[in-house]
Design a protein around this ligand. Structure first.
Ligand code: TYC
Length: 113
């Protein structure tokens, strides 16, 4: 007897919760992505840039050469799109590798809108 009454009130509480859930917009957002950009300069050898693109971005030689030429002609190109942490790592790897070889190659990242 008592048990049945308890179950009824328990269920009506669940109905209340369900109406809140359907009326509340879920606020989970996908994390933003970041473009990694390579910038042109007048001094870094073309072959070095091609090597960087193969080594750190997993591009084959033809893809790497094509992106290198785009940067050379247009001044900048997107070389890939990654999570914030991966983009940061790629930028650091490229900047460190260029510095160690005394080339002024610049690599940056920007949020994808
Ligand atoms: N402009 C350079 C040259 O003529 C080549 C180059 C390409 C440099 C791409 C940087 O991100 C770059 N040697």
């Amino acid at each position: 007897m008592h048990r049945d009454l308890f179950m009824m009130s328990d269920r009506s509480e669940e109905d209340g919760d369900a109406s809140i859930l359907t009326a509340t917009k879920p606020k989970t957002k996908r994390p933003p992505l970041y473009k990694v950009l390579l910038l042109n300069d007048d001094f870094t050898p073309m072959e070095f840039v091609v090597h960087v693109l193969e080594r750190f971005f997993g591009l084959n030689h033809a893809q790497a050469f094509e992106i290198m030429l785009t940067v050379h002609k247009k001044g900048v190109a997107v070389v890939g799109v990654f999570s914030h942490e991966i983009a940061e790592t790629k930028v650091a790897q490229v900047m460190d590798f260029a510095r160690r070889h005394q080339h002024p190659l610049q690599c940056t990242m920007e949020k994808e809108e």
